[in-house]
Design a protein around this ligand. Sequence first.
Ligand SMILES: Cc1cc2nc3c(=O)[nH]c(=O)nc-3n(C[C@H](O)[C@H](O)[C@H](O)COP(=O)(O)O)c2cc1C
Length: 380
Amino acid sequence: MVRLRRDRYRTFEEFENLAAKRIPSSLFREVSTGKGRGITARRNIEAFDEITFRVRAGVGWPGKRELATTVLGKEISMPVLIGPVGGLRLMHPDGAAGAARAASAAGTICTISTTCGHSPDEVADASAGPLWQQIYMLHGRDGAQKLIDAAQRRGFHALVLTVDPTAPQINTVLRITPKNIIQYGPELVRRPKWLAGFIKDGFQFASVNQMIEKQTLIPTPLQVTWEDFAWIRTIWNGPLVAKGILRPEDARRAVDAGADAIVVSNHGGMVLDGLPPTIRCLPSIIDEIGGEVEVLLDGGVRQGVDIVKAIALGARAVLIGRPYIMGLCADGTRGVSAVLESLRTEIDQALVTLGSRSIHDLDPTYVDVPSTWATPARLT
Ligand SMILES: Cc1cc2nc3c(=O)[nH]c(=O)nc-3n(C[C@H](O)[C@H](O)[C@H](O)COP(=O)(O)O)c2cc1C
């Protein structure tokens, strides 16, 4: 198995290839493709490619670059956060605890999913860095309350409520379950190192946090309503983030319900094929609420230039899903660190080439978006 060094630069495709060689092929397909024909997941990526830079010639060497920023008052060393992903422990025994360790080492925030496979306590024990807890309404308000209590007790910085309709997906993200593992036998034996790790970790099929996993897996309803959102606002003292916003009207609703930040997200194309690419949704949402709360984005971020484009269009920072999933699959905590450092290198190089000293100098004048995209007033 490869041991990834965090200081060795690799592209997303290289991490992806390493991951494909390490985990069972069905699992790899599930995490990489997205729902249906994977069109939403693919278009998230392609939409970034449609944006081009307005590069300034002859501006000279920008000197030392500034990548650090704050998100909801927390300082981070670059505008990249680890996003919430369910079932991480099935991908590698290091799971969310490893992702949190890597995020902490990189000086950024790790968001853990309600269904990541490690409890908030386990993740907090593993990492001294800033943590966000993502919430689904598993087991209704009682289940949410338990998770929120744990997050509060362990000093999590923020709660992230996923408000996109997710329910049908969770059961199918990871098709390898205790009931059907036999049918995957042939591909599992082709991945002996993955299998050995999985066995050593005690067959951690559970994608639900330890603290609630003893109850039945995934009852419905799973998703958060605005009423739940308002209720959580009353019991959680820290910053509250609404994840899964694609329309300005919903962004406004989130702000009205007490959100301190929103994440423009289509769940990485995991829930519905046919949703718009997130970067395309960003400008109109910035127009609506950008002056009031911080706007984050995820979906399709694969390289540093994507991050620079998102920041130029008004995002405070981005969250990543598959990039770090691939690093984790390839080599656990080390792999996630390597992904984060490669992205840092790419952001830095993009700034140099743009002649920009700081991510804080970026604005819409640095990019051209296709004329076929609806052009919000602030870009004209
Ligand atoms: C395998 C997988 C599992 C996910 N699980 C969750 C989850 O439990 N909660 C959540 O809010 N988002 C979840 N997401 C969505 C991510 O948080 C994020 O929105 C998405 O991965 C970003 O797109 P990207 O993968 O193109 O970076 C998941 C995504 C993937 C690929």
